[in-house]
Write a protein that binds this ligand. Structure first.
Ligand code: FAD
Length: 497
C-alpha cells in the first residue's frame, strides 16, 4: 500500500532475493518483495503458462516487438519474428557491446534458465570470491544452497540409452577422443519427471523443447523451492509488475522506496512510495548495478563509494556449433536440459556445456555454451543527459573467450575431421560472441560492500545477488549466487537485526 512501512523490502525475486526473503521470514521479519516482471501463475489462451522455444509469442520477450533469439539464424535463415509488445519473460537487454539475457518475473532467472546447478571446483574458488572463507562455503553454504534448490543429477544408466541425450553422448565421444575430461553436470530439473516424459506418461517440457521462455513442467524454479517456502511462512508478500525506481534515506534511519506499478504494455500506471527499515538489492547484476549508479550519481544515496558499478563481467560466455559427419547424428528429440560438460578450465580456461539444439529435427550439429576465464571487466556509469545507466563493454573483449573455447573445439574438429557451423549466428559467423546469459558484478563484495554485502555509506542497505560476484564463477553461476546469499543473510540476521 502507498505510504506503508515494511521492516524489510527486497528488490527482485531471483536467487539472492528469494534466499533473503526466506531466511528473514524464518527469523520473524516481515518481508515485502517487489518484482518488475509478472507472476507467471496464470495460463494463457492455449492453457499453458509458458510459450515454447519453437513458437515464441507475446509471453516470450520483455517489451520487444520482435524476438531476439540467442541463435538468430538456422541453416542460414534468420528466425526472429514479430511479437506483440508485452511484459514477457525473457529480457534481451542491449547494453552497447553486449546483449544481456535475463529472466523477468517472480523467480527471476530461474524461470528462463537451463537449471544447470554447478558448484565450482574447490581449487578455483579463490579466484571466484577471494575474500570469502572457502572452508565455510564448501562445508556449509554450498550444501545448503544445493539442498534448498533441489539439485540432482541424471541417472547414469538411463542416460546411456535415452534418445534425448544422444547429443550428449556424441559430445562425450568427441571430447574423450581428443583427451578432454567429460563431466556430468547437476541440474534442478526433476530427473524422474524427465524419464516419465521419455516414457510418454506425463506432459512433456524438457522433451518438448521448453527452455528460455519458461518450462511448464519439470523444472524446480524458485517458485517451487525457495519462494514457495518463503510464502508459506505467512511473512512474505510479493508485488509483481512493480519496479523500484529510487531508494533514499528517510527519517529515523529508514529508507524511502519509490515504486512504479506497470501494466503488461510496460506503461507506468501508478507511482507509490513506501518506507523500509532495510532494503535488499536483489535486482540481478544488471538491475542492481543500474539502480546503484543512478542513485549515487543523482545524489539519492551520496554515501555509496566509487566501487559501485565496477567489476562487471560476462562469465566469459561464448557459443559455437560444430557440424558433425552424417554417421554422428545428435538426435531429432533433444532434452532442452543439458546434463554434461567438457572441463578444460585448468589447461585452456574453458568449461563448455554440451548444449542441446532442440529444433525437433536432426541437425547433425553439436552445440556448446562455453564459460571461459575472460579477464575483461566493464563498468556501469550514469549518463545524465540520456537519463540512464550505461555499460562500457566492447564486443572485441570477447576475443579471449573465443581463444579459450578454441583450445577445446579446434582440437576436436582436427581430431574428428569436422568444421564449425557458420549458419547459427548470421552469415558465416562462427562465434556467438554478442551475448551473455551470466551477468556478474557491478557491486562487488568487499569493494562496493563490506564482506557480507552491506553497502558502504548507508546502514540498512544490502546487495545480495549476482552483482556481488566479480565477473566470473568458472562454471554456471546460480549455485554460487545462492550459496553466497545464504552465507551473507545468516551473518546479517545474526549481527544486524
Ligand atoms: P535474477 O535471477 O536476475 O533476479 C533479479 C530479479 O530482479 C528479476 O526477476 C528482475 O525482473 C528483477 N528486477 C530487476 N530490476 C528490478 C527493479 N528495478 N524493480 C523490481 N524488480 C527488478 N545459471 C546457472 O547457474 N545455470 C544455468 O543453466 C543457467 N542458464 C541460463 C540460461 C539463460 C537463458 C539465462 C538468461 C540465464 C541462465 N543462467 C544460468 C544465469 C542465472 O539465471 C543467473 O545467474 C541468475 O538468475 C542471477 O540471479 P540473481 O539473484 O543475481 O538475479
Amino acid at each position: 500500500e502507498p505510504g506503508a512501512h515494511v521492516p524489510a523490502l527486497v528488490i527482485g525475486t531471483g536467487y539472492g532475493g528469494s534466499v533473503a526473503a526466506l531466511r528473514l521470514a524464518q527469523a520473524g521479519v516481515d518481508v515485502h518483495m517487489v518484482e518488475m516482471g509478472m507472476a507467471w501463475d496464470t495460463p494463457g489462451s492455449d492453457g499453458k503458462i509458458f510459450a515454447n522455444t519453437t513458437s515464441p509469442d507475446y509471453r516470450s520477450y520483455w517489451l520487444r516487438t520482435r524476438t531476439k533469439q540467442p541463435l538468430s539464424n538456422f541453416l542460414g535463415f534468420p528466425i526472429d519474428k514479430d511479437v506483440p509488445r508485452y511484459t514477457g519473460i525473457l529480457d534481451a537487454e542491449e547494453m552497447g557491446g553486449i546483449i544481456v539475457y535475463q529472466g523477468r518475473g517472480v523467480g527471476g532467472g530461474s524461470l528462463v534458465n537451463g537449471g544447470m546447478a554447478v558448484t565450482p571446483r574447490r581449487e578455483n574458488f579463490g579466484a571466484v570470491l577471494p575474500s570469502v572463507n572457502a572452508d565455510e562455503m564448501y562445508s556449509v553454504y554450498y550444501p545448503r544452497a544445493n539442498s534448498g534448490l533441489g539439485v540432482g543429477t541424471v541417472d547414469l544408466t538411463w542416460f546411456e540409452t535415452a534418445d534425448c541425450y544422444q547429443y550428449a553422448r556424441v559430445g562425450r565421444k568427441h571430447a574423450q577422443r581428443s583427451g578432454f575430461p567429460f563431466v556430468f553436470v547437476p541440474d534442478v530439473y526433476d530427473w524422474d519427471y524427465m524419464e516419465q516424459e521419455a516414457a510418454g506418461t506425463v506432459p512433456k517440457s524438457a522433451l518438448a523443447g521448453e527452455i528460455l521462455y519458461g518450462n511448464n513442467y519439470g523444472k524446480k524454479s524458485l517458485q517451487k523451492t525457495y519462494l514457495a517456502r518463503a510464502t508459506t511462512t505467512g511473512r512474505v508478500s510479493i508485488s509483481p509488475l512493480h519496479k523500484v525506481t529510487s531508494v533514499a534515506p528517510a527519517t529515523g534511519g529508514r529508507y524511502t522506496v519509490v515504486i512504479d506499478r506497470l501494466d503488461t504494455g510496460g506503461n507506468t500506471t501508478a507511482t507509490k512510495t513506501v518506507t523500509a527499515d532495510r532494503v535488499f538489492f536483489a535486482a540481478g547484476s544488471v538491475g542492481t548495478s543500474k539502480l546503484l549508479v543512478q542513485l549515487k550519481a543523482t545524489g539519492a544515496l551520496p554515501g555509496l563509494n566509487s566501487e559501485v558499478g565496477k567489476g562487471w563481467g560476462d562469465n566469459g560466455n561464448v557459443m559455437c556449433g560444430r557440424a558433425n559427419h552424417l554417421w554422428d547424428p545428435t538426435g531429432a528429440v533433444q532434452s532442452s536440459i543439458p546434463c554434461s560438460g567438457i572441463d578444460n578450465w585448468a589447461a585452456g580456461g574453458a568449461f563448455a556445456e554440451v548444449a542441446p539444439l532442440p529444433t525437433g529435427i536432426e541437425t547433425f550439429a553439436s552445440f556448446y555454451l562455453s564459460i571461459t576465464k575472460n579477464p575483461n571487466r566493464a563498468q556501469f556509469s550514469w549518463n545524465a543527459s540520456a537519463g540512464k545507466a550505461e555499460l562500457n563493454w566492447q564486443t572485441a573483449w570477447k576475443q579471449p573467450s573465443i581463444d579459450m573455447a578454441k583450445t577445446i573445439f579446434d582440437k576436436i574438429n582436427a581430431k574428428e575431421g569436422t568444421i564449425y557451423r557458420t549458419d547459427l549466428f548470421g552469415a558465416y559467423k562462427i562465434w556467438g560472441d554478442h551475448l551473455t546469459y551470466h551477468p556478474l558484478g557491478g557491486a562487488v563484495l568487499n569493494k562496493a560492500t563490506d564482506n557480507y554485502g552491506r553497502l558502504h555509506g548507508h546502514p540498512g542497505l544490502y546487495v545480495i545477488d549476482g552483482a556481488l560476484i566479480p565477473g566470473n564463477t568458472s562454471v554456471n553461476p546460480f549455485v554460487t549466487i545462492t550459496a553466497l546469499a545464504e552465507r551473507n543473510i545468516e551473518k546479517i540476521i545474526a549481527a544486524d537485526l
